[in-house]
Design a protein around this ligand. Structure first.
Ligand code: ADP
Ligand code: ADP
Ligand code: ZN
Length: 218
């Protein structure tokens, strides 16, 4: 199983990637999580990335490509992987193609998640995140059973600085300009499946598994 989950910020890619990775024993590779780890650990890469992330801009391609290249070498990816939030630009997608080609492997499918602008803004503005284990919640749609603490690890949940209204608008514009072109990029390669990311998380997940089954991955 070698998948890319594509779609605007807040559409639910990470939520679905987590469920699929858990169910099928494949690795979820989220560049957002990797970058936030680097920021927290104050590595030089993290320091460079932080200014872009806080403003809702994309981190330079060379930085994220390096991160993904490293992660794909992890033996944990042998059974497969889900790239969540990568690629986000055409050069990233081209570079990913080269990295996979070097290893003699191909992507099985790119799943494009879609939802309305209004729904996406609701999801992002109510998102709460665990700074320790990166679990994601939503104040009304997916609350933690422990209230303001993470169900999984007990840490206090936070609102990401880029989930504030101004950064949300920037990220949605950046998505339209730099990431949306990947839809036709992968459509041309006959790799794209589209999923309406609307309704409960479990029913979206059911639709994801239908796509996986249609391509012999479930
Ligand atoms: P979201 O969940 O809203 O889609 P992510 O957690 O995937 O956001 O990403 C958070 C931020 O990290 C992005 O706004 C961007 O600054 C940076 N980032 C994540 N992935 C990439 C990528 N593939 N290319 C460039 N920047 C990225
Ligand atoms: P992405 O990884 O695409 O940025 P997330 O998976 O982090 O998106 O989801 C964004 C927010 O929306 C989170 O707060 C999450 O709990 C919530 N969410 C995810 N899927 C759904 C859904 N189907 N319905 C309602 N809320 C959802
Ligand atoms: Zn946690």
């Amino acid at each position: 199983m070698r998948l890319v989950f594509l779609g605007p910020p807040g559409v639910g890619k990470g939520t679905q990637a987590e469920k699929v990775a858990g169910r099928y024993g494949v690795r979820k590779i989220s560049t957002g999580d990797l970058l936030r780890d680097a920021v927290r650990n104050r590595t030089s890469l993290g320091v460079e990335a932080k200014t872009y992330m806080d403003q809702g801009q994309l981190v330079p391609d060379s930085v994220v490509i390096g991160l993904v290249r490293d992660k794909l070498e992890d033996p944990g990816c042998a059974k497969g992987f889900i790239l969540d939030g990568f690629p986000r630009t055409v050069p990233q997608a081209e570079e990913l193609g080269k990295v996979l080609e070097e290893r003699g492997i191909l992507l099985n499918r790119v799943i494009n998640f879609q939802a309305s602008h209004v729904e996406i803004v609701k999801r992002l503005s109510g998102r709460r995140s665990c700074p320790k284990c990166q679990a994601t919640y939503h104040l009304t749609f997916a609350p933690s059973k422990r209230g303001a603490q993470c169900d999984r690890c007990g840490e206090s949940l936070i609102q990401r600085s880029d989930d504030q209204p101004e950064a949300i608008e920037t990220r949605l514009k950046v998505y339209e300009q730099q990431t949306a072109p990947l839809i036709s990029f992968y459509e041309t390669q006959n790799l794209l499946s589209r999923i309406e990311s609307v309704g409960p998380i479990d029913s979206v997940y059911e639709n994801v598994t239908k796509v996986l089954a249609a391509y012999d991955m479930a």
